[in-house]
Design a protein around this ligand. Structure first.
Ligand SMILES: Cc1cc2nc3c(=O)[nH]c(=O)nc-3n(C[C@H](O)[C@H](O)[C@H](O)COP(=O)(O)OP(=O)(O)OC[C@H]3O[C@@H](n4cnc5c(N)ncnc54)[C@H](O)[C@@H]3O)c2cc1C
Length: 427
């Protein structure tokens, strides 16, 4: 093979976005993927986000293999048997997010990069980055050595190459969660009936509590055309601490009365599992050095509070590629020029949003029982009060509700509730 200007390791959203940006600028770029096809090794929930995706693939929804455009966001708060649901349903004015099947989406995305001029090498495992006398010279695959000016590391959460170069340490258990997902096949009409959708629209659900209560765990359910994706992610430390088995939690989730009503009669056609970086801002490694940059999950760029990963992956890939284009034009691929990549990340929503949430996970961890057990219970109790007309006076019901709030240590919110109630009951 000839010498390339840039070699990108990994054809996930971050790698493809980097490759396509470089190819469009006329740079000679090689995209290497170990899977038989892009997407074969990739797992996600999930939704891709329209605005940032369209930045790389303009109006992609007209030609890409998307499943459904999301028009409803739901939060299920489960108790052991009941649930309350909060929903935001909107008229489809502009696309916000789409469910996609990664095996189909990633393949389509790679074709766009190839059409733009990128060289693509599937079924090719990169074994190491070639470093001689401290200088990065290229990549070594299972077949050959490939030389280039810049390597972009887009190999996902385990990133052996960021570790090889000393840019990243092993991830701590508390900074990573494992996610399991079942793809459940159902007739299209049943999905549309149960989720109140039409052919074009889709629903994205987050699940709190129930079998996930008192754990750093969150469930999800997404509608595709003919399938529903159901799963959850849970901290590795939680699994170890409580000796939990993900498939047991999955079975409990599927048999919860609320969830089972959505998937009843469905056939599981895929079971998958993958790691998600959870450490956020505090875990971002060094993302550049002489002749190298790290993008996407490999750089831990996931905003788990908002379920955003693919968009940050694509954006970081694009920003790294733009930095590489500038460096190649200047014929200077040193760390000082590539440091521009980190500045671009800082000025973008990637680092701005991760910084906003830099303490959020710790706060959630400290309040996990309140969030996943108490709130779902209170929400159900509240709806129960509102919906049952019997011979118990309303005042007694409100007292009981408030006493639960007090007993469970939610005192800070009590003065406000009392003030509100006093106002209501003022004679
Ligand atoms: C269950 C689950 C649900 C999720 N839900 C959502 C969601 O709803 N929305 C969202 O935006 N994000 C979601 N995410 C996160 C999102 O999937 C990731 O943030 C995103 O895929 C990261 O893209 P990436 O390109 O950095 O890495 P990846 O998608 O992991 O791609 C890395 C690629 O590198 C390849 N590779 C690795 N090593 C080598 C090697 N040695 N040689 C060659 N190739 C190699 C892999 O095969 C792979 O194709 C979810 C993740 C999980 C696990």
């Amino acid at each position: 093979m000839d010498k390339f200007e840039v070699a990108v390791i990994g054809a996930g959203p971050s790698g493809v976005s980097a490759a396509i940006t470089l190819a469009r600028a006329g740079k000679k770029v090689l995209l290497v993927e170990r899977g038989d096809g892009a997407g074969d090794k990739n797992v996600f929930g999930g939704t891709i986000y329209a605005v940032q995706t369209a930045d790389i693939f303009p109006e992609f929804w007209n030609s890409a293999p998307v499943e459904r455009s999301i028009t409803e966001q739901k939060i299920f708060m489960l108790t052991d048997e009941d649930s309350s649901q909060f929903s935001y349903k909107y008229k489809l004015r502009e696309h916000k997010a789409f469910t996609v099947n990664r095996a189909k989406w990633d393949r389509w995305a790679v074709c766009q990069a190839v059409d733009a001029g990128a060289y693509y090498a599937p079924k090719t495992l990169v074994k190491q980055i070639i470093v001689e006398n401290g200088k990065i010279l290229g990549i070594e695959t299972e077949f050959e050595k490939i030389y280039c000016e810049i390597v972009i590391i887009a190999d996902g959460i385990n990133s052996i190459f960021a570790k090889q170069l000393g840019l990243r340490n092993d991830i701590k258990d508390k900074d990573v969660s494992v996610s399991v997902k079942e793809t459940i096949e159902l007739p299209k009409e049943k999905i549309e009936d149960r989720f109140n959708l039409d052919e074009e629209t889709g629903c994205a659900c987050k699940i709190l509590g129930g079998p996930l209560k008192n754990k750093m765990a969150l469930g999800f359910m997404y509608t595709n055309k003919n399938t529903v994706s159901l799963g959850f992610s849970i901290g590795i430390d939680e699994l170890k601490k409580h000796h939990l088995k993900p498939y047991e939690i999955m079975d409990e989730l599927k048999s919860h009365p609320t969830i089972s009503s959505y998937i009843k009669g469905g056939k599981v056609i895929e079971y998958s599992s993958h790691l998600i970086p959870e450490g956020g801002y505090n875990c971002i490694p060094k993302v550049y050095d002489n002749r190298v940059m790290v993008v996407g999950d490999a750089a831990m760029l996931v905003n788990n509070i908002h379920f955003e990963g693919t968009n940050l992956a694509m954006l970081s890939g694009k920003l790294a590629a733009e930095t590489a284009i500038d460096a190649l034009n200047r014929q200077d691929c040193s760390a000082s020029v590539l440091s521009e990549y980190y500045k671009k990340l800082e000025n973008s929503i990637v680092i701005k949003d991760l910084r906003t949430h830099k303490n959020t996970i710790d706060v959630i961890r400290k309040n996990i029982s309140t969030l996943t057990s108490l709130y779902p219970e209170l929400a159900c109790q509240f709806f129960d009060i509102m919906s049952s007309a019997d011979y118990i006076p309303k005042r007694a019901k409100y007292r009981k509700f408030l006493s639960t709030v007090i007993k469970k240590g939610m005192l800070p919110s009590v003065p406000l509730a009392i003030l509100a109630m006093e106002k209501c009951f003022k004679k």
